[in-house]
Write a protein of this length. Sequence first.
Length: 422
Amino acid sequence: MNGATFQYNKIGGSVKAPSSKSYSQRMILLSAISGNPVTLRGISFCDDETAAVNMARDCGSEITTDGDALTIEPHFRCPSRVNVGESATLYRISMGMLAAMACKTEFVGAPSLAGRPMEPLIHALERAGVRLLRKDDGFYSMDASERKNIEFHMDQGISSQFISSLIFYNAAAGNDLPLNTTTEPVSASYIDITLQALDMFGYGISREEGVFQFTGKHVGGKEFQVEGDFSSALFPVVLGSLCSQDGVRITGLNPGSRQADRIAMDTLVKASTGISAKSNGKNLEIEASKSDFELIEVDASQVPDSCPPISVIGIFSDNGIRILNYERLRAKESDRVSAIKEIVTGFGAAFSEGNRSISVKRGINVFPEEYHGNDHRMLMSAITAGLVARSSTKFFNLDVVRKSYPGFLNDLKLLGVSAKPV
């Protein structure tokens, strides 16, 4: 089904959050260089996770699956070629890891990824003796056969993925020379996730005042549960908070998660009259029913993936929402500032752009005739807005949701939504 309209009589029910690909991709890469078979449970097998699994296979791993369980038996060999798909996380972090393993590798991927910034990471690795050549397709070929351990320097204000890549390099290479960073980090939680994943797999990394240092190895685990993704969980939460009298329940979340989007979820709980969180210490459940909202404010430099679904609340809220440091959204899978504006104005809401923030507030009741999805999070946001507006909008390119939330359309069905192919 490539296109559909969506309708409902009543919204309600329970769904489980899909796996956090921020965790799963890192864990799959580490499994490929570990000394023992590793089983990861709770995998949703989104496109980005599948790309990481294929990379592990290209690195010699034997892969078996059983439902949502993935077992990786490593037999590491340097891959001659890896396909990173559309995942900037996989591209950047695997480059550091494969460089540490002294590999000669050609990177390929989706054309949309080829233009994403890489230069600071490239320059850092070149200083470590890694030879990198940009090909005609925009991706790099790498020869790390003469790589060496050096003291790295990187600005944390450019990309957390560059920092994570160099931390992976130091861990995999056993480089105990420091990684020195400057400025405050953007998306700092992703660095926290990197450090947590490495610790789970037996790599010690210290962090003190912006200096990261490999401190040795310890015994790592062999079986892990991948936690649910907070940014994806926001979609059913927003839908429930704007449409459901009976309530929508989201399970599979970690109350102690280091995902920054947990902050965005907490913000919604505090700003709403109908969203609540319940934890038993190990599992967190979110319940969302029809709500009124205070003004919601989020920082795109810390929670960029939360901004699209939260913008939907602004369309139907008198108090609206405000997104700070929104320029961070321009360098995602699409220019999400323009994409948010397209959805917001298409559904009749007011959109304003200032020096440091963009704002969305309720306007008139209209909806677009069609919406063509090129960005997974923007399409899911548009469908959510269409349901709230009870629109007859025709949505196309539905397959793009598989990049992060492959079960999105099925979860909508579980919550009472019907799809009519067009």
